[in-house]
Design a protein around this ligand. Structure first.
Ligand code: GLU
Length: 550
């Protein structure tokens, strides 16, 4: 009996050949230097920050080169799969502007290399596995979990490397007759790849991020097809899919680097050229004084939904990730403010070697800048869209009087040095609530008085202001009035004068403005006071000042 008999016993219904698929999925007809990359998440119902990070790298490599970026759903682990998970991935990519050129979603296949969902490619994998069995490079393994556990314990006791290798690879020596007999008897089995490597040997592996590495050859007979589902493992699906789909660059987490020797061996067994690899560093965060991996379990910011819920503009999240993808990104972006992140010359070599440190404060800075450059119309639309999904109260506020809202957010906007106090849309309500009389009246307020705290003095300033100086027709007139008021009340209207002889005055014009500001808004930090007063109008100002100490 031959390997062919064994292959037929395992896959009686597989009649296709590798050639057939090579013909069906022709080599991509792209000019030299056009790269093909993919984002290949497992649909677990969770979009990790690290996933978006990788998707961005894949996207820019492909787009910058004029190539193809495609999405492949890696769902061979049926137990981990969750309804709606693919939808989450597609929606996230689209929302972040990382639209794949080829993908499969909701029964629709876009692209010539599909199916792009691994569980729908069973026949393809089985055809490739059948071939490996025929040439003696794969075999069925009937070891039970208990037997494998015992083997491992034994290996630990005698202090040898654990795993199914060398003399421990028991089923690799089973006769074809015995294997076929067991298959006929319906004994459960997996298929293992037959390694021809020697762990003592090193081979050169070129990782585009880390450069030349010397890795041990693989000598483990890795499982390539699972027992019950007869679906491939990640290792095998990676080899077949990235070959047939013409991937030129595989960008994946560095946790896969240790498996690369297996993958290279499998490519070799078929005579295929492996793709280029970029193993990306882990995303780290600062935790107290130390650094640690950002974790799905511990850190809400590990999930992309965190950024959506908080209301960060998508581009801010992308930019923040770009700064940890290549540390020279920021400098480039400052020098080229009008260029898009996709114009940036990404360099795998310039990626951090130790881990990519992600910092939410940095994201806030980037985001404040981006929001500060929005026009009032843009910010109105973005914040309303966000509120529609995540904040009933902000939505109500906006819709109560849209023009009024636009005027509020327009204070110190659309000018050379715009205000930069909004990092995310969820900040807005807290920055504008005092512009609404009804909210202002009913809210419990903490007045942030600064230098002047004496109640009678404050009352005096406010009543002088509303009785004599409340002219809001023009900013210069208004400011001039405040200066006159300063002189009248014994405060310095001129800062230079004040600094020369502070003892001559009760305080200065800044103290007066602070009283006017805090009495009106309860806050000592607000955007332009004149603009606020103008929007609120005289009646409201008077009401607030008159009721302050009641
Ligand atoms: N499905 C694998 C993962 O989520 C993909 C790794 C790869 O990109 O090859 O880790």
């Amino acid at each position: 009996m031959s390997n062919k008999d064994l292959a037929d016993a395992i896959f009686p219904n597989i009649t296709m050949t590798i050639k057939y698929y090579e013909n069906k999925y022709k080599k991509r007809n792209l000019p030299d230097g056009c790269y093909v990359t993919r984002f290949a998440p497992s649909p677990t119902g969770y979009m990790h920050l690290g996933g978006l990070y990788q998707a961005i790298i894949n996207y820019i490599i492909a787009k910058k080169s004029g190539g193809i970026f495609y999405l492949r759903t890696e769902d061979t682990d049926k137990a981990r799969q969750i309804d709606g998970a693919v939808e989450l991935i597609i929606k996230t990519l689209n929302a972040y502007g990382l639209n794949p050129d080829e993908y499969e979603y909701d029964g629709k296949v876009v692209g010539e290399y599909g199916p792009y969902v691994q569980s729908e490619r069973k026949e393809i994998y089985q055809t490739f596995i059948k071939y490996l069995i025929e040439i003696g490079r794969a075999y069925p393994c009937f070891c039970t979990k208990q037997e494998l556990d015992e083997m491992r314990e034994n290996q630990e006791i005698i202090k040898v490397r654990t795993g199914y290798h060398g003399r421990f690879a028991r089923c690799s020596r089973m006769s074809i007759e015995e294997a076929i007999e067991k298959i006929k008897n319906k004994e459960p089995y997996v298929i293992r790849f037959r390694s021809n490597g020697n762990f003592e040997n090193k081979f050169e592996f070129d990782d585009l991020r880390q450069g030349k590495l010397f890795l041990n050859e693989n000598d483990i007979d890795e499982v390539i097809m699972k027992s019950e589902t007869m679906l491939p493992t990640y290792h095998f699906a990676h080899v077949v899919d990235d070959y047939l789909m013409g991937t030129t660059h595989v960008v994946r987490g560095e946790e896969w680097l240790s498996s690369a020797p297996k993958h290279i061996q499998m490519f070799e067994a078929f005579g295929f050229k492996p793709p280029k690899y970029i193993h990306t560093p882990l995303i780290m965060k600062k935790d107290g004084d130390s650094l640690r991996k950002i974790s799905k379990r511990k850190d809400p910011e590990a999930s992309i939904t965190y950024y959506d819920e908080a209301g960060y503009p998508k581009i801010a999240v992308i930019e923040s990730l770009m700064t940890i993808i290549n540390s020279n990104y920021e400098e480039w972006h400052t020098a080229n403010p009008d260029k898009k992140f996709t114009d940036f010359e990404f360099s795998a070599k310039k990626m951090s070697t130790s881990g990519a440190l992600y910092d939410l404060m940095k994201l806030d800075d980037i985001s404040k800048n981006i929001i500060s450059k929005m026009t009032k119309e843009e910010l109105y639309i973005e914040s309303l869209n966000w509120a529609d999904k995540y904040s009933e109260s902000l939505k109500k506020l906006i819709l109560k009087d849209e023009d009024y809202y636009k005027n509020i957010i327009n204070i110190e906007r659309e000018q050379e040095k715009p205000r930069k106090d909004i990092a995310k849309y969820s900040d807005i309500e807290n920055l504008i609530w005092y512009m609404y009389d009804d909210i202002y009246r009913s809210k419990e307020k903490q007045y942030d008085w600064k230098n002047i705290t004496d109640k009678d003095e404050i009352k005096n300033i406010l009543s002088t202001y509303i009785n004599k100086y409340i002219d809001l027709s023009d900013k210069d007139i208004w400011f001039n009035n405040i200066k006159i008021m300063c002189d009248e009340l014994g405060y310095a209207s001129n800062m230079k004068e004040y600094k020369k002889n502070p003892e001559n005055y009760k305080g200065n014009v800044a103290d007066i403005s602070t009283v006017l500001r805090v009495a009106l808004t309860s806050k000592s930090m607000t955007p332009d006071l004149f603009e606020i007063m103008k929007l609120l109008g005289e009646d409201s100002i008077k009401e607030r000042y008159n009721n302050l100490f009641k």
